[in-house]
Design a protein around this ligand. Structure first.
Ligand code: NIG
Ligand code: FE
Length: 416
């Protein structure tokens, strides 16, 4: 029975009871931290924890013991929205952006999602797997201990399956929970520009059955946005996916108040993501429902689009999660430490709210908050130990730097 005892922890962060599966509204400011604590890991799980002043003597006898004076222990970041399988970065678009082009203008000039799709069509499954492995290993070193990954740069049956098979291989290769999402409805391929229904039919009649047959996806996503998929088109795709048991996690309200939030809620979406554009109607519709509002502040930062109204959502009693949106076009970063900093600095989230949003609520946005996302007995021992820090708020305060010294996955130190 491999055991590890961590002692003299300055702050054991996120000690929620195991029954707490997600947090909404004012609950999000409650981040229980145990000061001067110990934590025992056994068989990959959190076995027990408590105050140093009350540590049982038989536990102290354990051989595998690390004393971490002045350091905090966090549950791993749970990054519930990424697109980390792609063939090539798009830094040429970055330069266009510096020169003043908008995201929409870059897409219209042959960049954007279709640019990634033509590159992906040429890449082999092995190449995609290898580059995604490097990205994921980097994210893990930055504290991520669970992740959702989308397809959506395939846009043909063959290439969407290729992407999802890569995600399946990542699931087998990495010691963290990974969820796969079918995002065939990410953009209309050029040949379907004037015949949307034909592409929707391809998704419904060919992609969904093939993906279900190979059990390649856990969720369905649609980019519900002006110039991409309309509310009615989204409705049709989500209804078809429901027949295969795929619940929605959708892109909504990134560039406009698109109606995506309401159509997601109508289909009991696990989460509606982005929400850079909201109005009272959006806040009201998220105020009591189970659907999580997942905010992606690194995308706003990179594209220069508005930051989501996190305060309005929290005041409206919504459940808010934070994720990276790591992708080559709108967010070339999977650093959740930076996401948490931006949430504090730009979304005016309290650091306790931001940490809860990036851990427990992120786990809930992948339906795994019963097994990860907080420090509770029986949960998966996916954690990180910080460098020495004066206080909890120091982590988001020191933006752009990673205050992580040691990553633990399944109760063991991860060296990548
Ligand atoms: O979440 N908005 C849609 N999809 C991605 C960006 C895709 C891309 O530009 O490659 C996002 O921001
Ligand atoms: Fe995205």
């Amino acid at each position: 029975m491999p055991k590890m005892l961590i002692t003299n922890i300055k702050g054991l962060v996120g000690v929620h009871t195991k029954e707490k599966r997600s947090l909404r509204g004012s609950e999000m400011a409650n981040l229980p931290v145990l000061e001067n604590a110990w934590l025992l890991l056994e068989d990959g799980l959190i076995k027990d924890f408590g105050l140093m002043s009350e540590i049982p003597s038989q536990i102290l006898d354990l051989r595998s013991q690390i004393s971490v004076n002045d350091r905090f222990v966090f549950p791993s970041w749970c990054d519930s929205h990424t697109h980390i399988v792609f063939a090539a970065p798009r830094e040429e678009e970055f330069v266009m952006k510096i020169k003043g082009k908008t995201y929409e203008e870059i897409a219209a000039a042959g960049g954007g999602i279709l640019n990634s799709a033509s590159k992906l069509a040429l890449a082999t499954e092995d190449e995609l797997f290898e580059s995604a492995c490097l990205r994921l290993a980097d994210m893990i070193k930055q504290g991520t201990g669970a992740v959702e990954i989308k397809s959506g740069y395939g846009l043909t049956l063959e290439s969407e399956l290729k992407m999802l098979r890569v995600i399946k291989r990542l699931k087998a290769a990495f010691p963290i929970p990974i969820k796969a999402t079918l995002l065939a409805a990410h953009a209309y391929p050029a040949q379907f520009k004037n015949n949307h229904q034909a592409y929707i039919d391809l998704i419904i009649n060919e992609m969904l059955p093939a993906v279900a047959e190979e059990k390649l996806a856990d969720y369905i996503d649609v980019f519900c946005e002006k110039g991409f998929f309309s509310v009615n088109e989204t409705d049709e795709i989500l209804s078809a996916a429901a027949k295969y048991g795929l619940k929605p996690k959708i892109h909504a309200n990134q560039l406009s108040v698109s109606g995506g939030v309401q159509i997601g809620i109508k289909h009991d979406a696990i989460s509606v993501d982005h929400l850079e554009e909201t109005d009272e109607g959006v806040l009201n519709s998220l105020s009591q429902c189970e659907t999580i509002a997942t905010l992606l502040p690194s995308c706003s930062f990179y594209l220069g689009i508005p930051f989501a109204n996190a305060r309005g959502l929290i005041n409206a009693n919504a459940k808010v999660a934070l994720a990276s949106d790591f992708n080559p076009g709108s967010t070339p970063s999977g650093n959740m430490n930076f996401v948490v900093s931006l949430a504090c600095i730009k979304l005016k989230m309290l650091h306790e709210e931001a940490i809860n949003a990036a851990t427990l609520n992120g786990a809930a946005a992948m339906e795994i908050s019963h097994q990860i996302g907080s420090i509770a007995i029986g949960k998966k021992a996916n954690l990180f130990i910080t460098k020495p820090m004066p206080s909890l708020a120091f982590l988001p305060y020191s933006f752009g730097q990673t205050q992580i010294e040691t990553v633990i996955l399944n109760g063991e130190i991860y060296n990548g």
